[in-house]
Design a protein. Sequence first.
Length: 293
Amino acid sequence: MERIGFLGLGTMGAAMAGHLVRFGHPLTVWNRTPGRAAELVAQGATEVSTPAAVAAVSDAIVLCVSDTPDVESILFGPGGISDGARAGSLVIDCSTIAPGATRDMAGRLAARGVEFADAPVSGGSEGAQKATLTIFVGALPAVFERARPILEVLGKTITHVGPIGSGQAVKAVNQVILAGTYLGVAEGIVLALKAGLDVEQVVSALGGGAAQSWVLANRSGRMLANDYPLGFKVELHLKDLGIALGLAAESGVELPVTELCAEIERVLVETGHADDDMSAVARRIRALAGLPS
């Protein structure tokens, strides 16, 4: 069984690392902000003080952090993974970052003999806690097969989508589709409210037809109650939409719905709702209808 390192113990990462240590993997962990590893250490993980120290004792290293600069710093900054990783080790990046940056960083690691897989995840905090994440993997076929047993501890649907960078590109597509779905569900819920319908009955009825979706089933209640506890932060989805819009610009594609969702989310961040679940896009639709938001 490979020795695993895990870096980034936020809402998603802590739950993911917990599955690995409970599965029996020798686990070494690091987090930029101290104090997040106590529960994992109690379960048998070892905490160290730098990413390089994680890499020095790990065969495979999993990252789950917020953005491209964070990955860059952890990999190549002072005391970074590249300072401690041995030739033949594997880095699995479960963060959501730009595809181009992913390919660049993978190339720099390859020059040191370190393998790489980009493996962004979808499913939010619930999926991380239940180990039901959907994971899109960009890697060489042999590297994917090496990473697969680790990823299968973390998620339910693991798909090799192509070479390095492809996982991040598919995640961008995922976030674009979610943008439209969340806005569509928000508009439907608000229309049902204003039309005087029993919204819970409407959701139940729609769930049996073509309008059914995970968002309708799992986030319509939040939009109805105008209460948005954390599942996936608005500010993180806005960051992801920036990546998707950058990829769209490179590809010569216009994404008007995505641009609208990004603008709504920018206003939410600016008005103190950055940490709301992204279903809080309904705040804007409610406000336009004269409902509390």
